[in-house]
Ligand binder design. Structure first.
Ligand code: PHE
Length: 339
């Protein structure tokens, strides 16, 4: 019997199981009521009493070692199964969420695209500007109301520094460093001191354009803007130029496009007029050319400027301007298809 115990002990110490079924087979073979250790216990009854103590201890040690070893195998298998379920390579993947472009970026890119096909290049400038580039060089009189604190955000402690209220400042920066021919568009963010509501915000985005060369006429301005309007809103679009006033252009005009909804019949979008205002424009005032170092005898120019939010509203009918700056993904997701 002693030999049998030693032999089983050797066996038990080297047991292995690669899955739950093999493990269960081992448990039955060694530890169940019909297992070989139970058999030993049955035989134990016939052992002469002087050997009982010694053999009894050894059988118990064998049983304990077998139990511990099989439990250890079970724990090892469980952790193996855990790691296997984490890496289920057969599972279908989670769909990747693709972001969207912001509607203002979409519209800005379309505007840039149209003008670049007409030969305009991009120009950029600072949002925190000096009074000269925003107003002085643009022929604003010292007491012009647009300089008033109500419209312009000034930098505290630096009275001649401000947040630009239009991107004409970039036109000024281009003219002071470049001689004609000049053909640029300037997209960018601008700031005005307005109470924030569904229809106004204290910042918005503009694209302004400047064309300076010899023999530039109002006809050139009109044709460029007509081409732009038809590219953006469709080939049937009509434009209308109404006389207006800006300190930096003379003559000045405001441009309307025929209403996208009623095509001139009159509806609620165009308030019954059949027309929608989209931009300001005009021939660059000779004083502005001179103030920026360009010979106004030799050169003429035209300029125009539009709000990107306004155009985006006409294209997508966004009722509340604040949606453009809240970055609510439910709003942004609506532009997934609008590239
Ligand atoms: N700077 C004007 C504005 O901000 C727009 C404009 C640009 C008008 C160029 C005429 C010519 O409203």
């Amino acid at each position: 019997m002693l030999n049998k115990i030693e032999q089983l002990l050797d066996e038990v110490r080297t047991l292995t199981a690669s899955n739950a079924q093999e493990l269960e087979a081992l448990r039955i073979k060694y530890l169940s009521k019909k297992g070989c250790i139970s058999d030993l216990m049955n035989d134990f009854r016939n052992v002469p009493s002087e050997q009982k103590r010694e053999l009894g201890m050894r059988i118990n040690a064998l049983k304990q070692e077998a139990t511990e070893h099989i439990n250890a195998l079970r724990a090892k298998l469980a952790t193996k199964e855990d790691t296997e379920t984490v890496y289920d390579l057969t599972r279908t993947p989670y769909p990747a969420e693709i972001g969207t472009r912001h509607p203002l970026t979409i519209v800005r890119n379309r505007i840039i695209d149209i003008f670049s096909r007409m030969g305009f290049t991009l120009a950029d400038g600072p949002e925190v500007e000096d009074d000269w580039h925003v107003y002085g060089s643009m022929n604003f009189a010292d007491d012009h109301p647009a300089r008033d604190m109500q419209d312009t955000f000034y930098v505290q402690g630096a009275p001649s520094m401000l947040l630009r209220s239009h991107t004409s400042s970039v036109q000024s920066r281009v003219m002071e460093t470049t001689q004609p021919p000049i053909r640029v568009i300037c997209p960018g963010r601008v700031y005005r001191n307005e109470a924030v509501s569904a229809r106004a915000h204290c910042f918005f985005h503009q694209v302004e354009g400047l064309y300076v060369d010899e023999q530039v006429s109002f006809t050139d301005l009109k044709q460029v803007l007509l081409t732009f309007a038809r590219e953006l809103f469709g080939t049937e679009t009509q434009i209308r130029l109404r006389p207006s006033y800006f300190p930096f252009t003379e003559p000045s005009a405001e441009m309307d496009v025929s209403c996208q909804i009623c095509h001139g019949e009159g509806c609620s979008l165009c308030k019954g007029t059949g027309w929608l205002e989209i931009l300001g424009c005009g021939m660059v005032h000779p004083r502005v050319l001179e103030l920026n170092g360009i010979d106004s005898e030799k050169y003429k120019g035209f300029a125009f400027g539009m709000g990107i939010e306004r155009i985006a509203n006409l294209l997508y009918r966004v009722k509340d301007l604040r949606l453009f700056s809240e970055n609510d993904v439910r709003f942004l997701d609506e532009f997934k298809a609008a590239y």
